[in-house]
Design a protein around this ligand. Structure first.
Ligand code: NAD
Ligand code: UD1
Length: 336
């Protein structure tokens, strides 16, 4: 029997790339997504890449009945849980929507898994749970904190998973703390498609290079970093996708486990490093202005990747040139 993986939020940015990686690793994928931040066209794009269109159910993770029907109809062996809301600014304006989608949604999903006796779970957490780093690189035992409702939802779901693990034998859980996922599949068939004005750096840079936006605003040049702009650990989304396959395999081999690992590259690049790398990849100019710091931003953040290497036998292979080239190819293809 081919193991079937339920991928919630599989039509979204990271979920779609992970679906490709899962299919290429021999898994059958069933996507559940309410399409609140994605389009069903991604399903055919995935088929163009892998030759297999993933099965798809349009439903909400908060709909227990829909989940029960899904677990009854399919031999699901594991769940990868990407579905959720992810915009930090929006989360401060709409906290209840964030707690409902991200926390209540996760509780509903885990409850349905419990009813169906499925106990292998891979969760999309975030480096945001480290708050303002006390030391770099960030190791998994760094104290956690949250400064906005989005970050708090990740922290709470991490805690819920720990409580569940402690309460009931047999759970195999991976809490994956992503650093900054960027780039796109090299085919340019799938990528990140933010609605409206992008909140994150790389989609904004891509749109400036493409002439869709005039200038990038660089949020602060007075940080304690080599060039004064913010430093982050950007990771290619395909590397991240492979990290998920490795985490799934790790869980499948465990009798029970609660694994918490960083998925990053271990290297930090500044905003201006990324602007220059993007200019080289696109052969376009990315005009920018230095403006005030964005409230809530930290100076620098990058991962200690040794635990992921040791536990998962996984490390990121792509560099910022790959990230920018693939992001640019996707930008050019999706604009055309
Ligand atoms: P995304 O918005 O592209 O994908 C999320 C998907 O979930 C979308 O397709 C959306 O339609 C779906 N969805 C949202 N709420 C749902 C619900 N209640 N029921 C069913 N489907 C629902 O986001 P992404 O960038 O792919 O992020 C995936 C996960 O990774 C999220 O949990 C996010 O918080 C986490 N994460 C993302 C980043 C990042 O920078 N992109 C960083 C760290 C963690
Ligand atoms: C942001 C979120 C974080 C989330 C992550 C997901 C905030 C405060 N933090 O992180 O919780 O987990 O996205 O990827 O929103 N920058 C600019 N100009 C821009 C956009 C960004 O200069 O138009 C700078 C930022 O100041 C930062 C860097 O680029 O130094 C990266 O920003 P971004 O892509 O938004 O990611 P994070 O802030 O790391």
């Amino acid at each position: 029997m081919i193991p079937t993986i339920l991928v919630t939020g599989g039509a979204g940015f990271i979920g779609s790339h992970t679906t490709v990686a899962l299919q290429e690793a021999g898994y059958r994928v069933l996507i559940l997504d309410n399409l609140c931040n994605s389009s069903p066209t991604v399903l055919r794009r995935i088929e163009q890449i892998t030759g297999v269109e993933p099965e798809f159910v349009q439903a909400d993770i908060r709909d227990g009945g829909a989940l029960d029907a899904l677990f009854q109809a399919h031999q699901i062996t594991a769940v990868m849980h990407f579905a959720g809301l992810k915009a930090v600014g929006e989360s401060t304006r709409l906290p209840l929507a964030y707690y409902d989608n991200n926390v209540n949604g996760s509780v509903q999903l885990l409850s349905a898994m419990q009813r169906a006796n499925v106990n292998t779970f891979v969760f999309s957490s975030s480096a945001t749970v480290y708050g303002d780093p006390q030391k770099l690189p960030l190791t998994e035992d760094h104290p956690r904190s949250a400064t906005n409702p989005y970050g708090h939802t990740k922290l709470v779901v991490e805690d819920i998973l720990e409580s569940l693990y402690n309460a009931q034998a047999g759970w195999r859980i991976a809490r994956l703390r992503y650093f900054n996922p960027v780039g796109a599949h090299p085919s340019a068939l799938i990528g990140e498609a933010p609605q409206g004005v992008p909140n994150n750096l790389m989609p904004y840079v891509a749109q400036v290079a493409a002439g869709q936006r005039d200038r990038l605003q660089v949020f602060g040049s007075d940080y304690d970093t080599p060039d004064g702009t913010g430093v982050r650990d950007y990771i290619h989304v395909m590397d991240l996708a492979q990290g998920h396959v490795a985490a799934l395999r790790y869980c499948e081999q465990a009798r029970q486990d609660l694994l918490t690992v960083n998925l990053g590259t271990g290297k930090g690049y500044s905003v201006l490093d990324m602007v220059r790398a993007f200019e080289q990849a696109s052969r376009k100019t990315v005009a920018y202005d230095i403006v005030a710091r964005r409230p809530g931003d930290i100076a620098a953040c990058w991962a200690d990747t040794s635990l992921a290497e040791q536990k998962l036998g996984w490390r990121a292979g792509k560099n910022i040139k790959d990230m920018c080239e693939d992001a640019w190819r996707w930008q050019a293809a999706s604009a055309g």
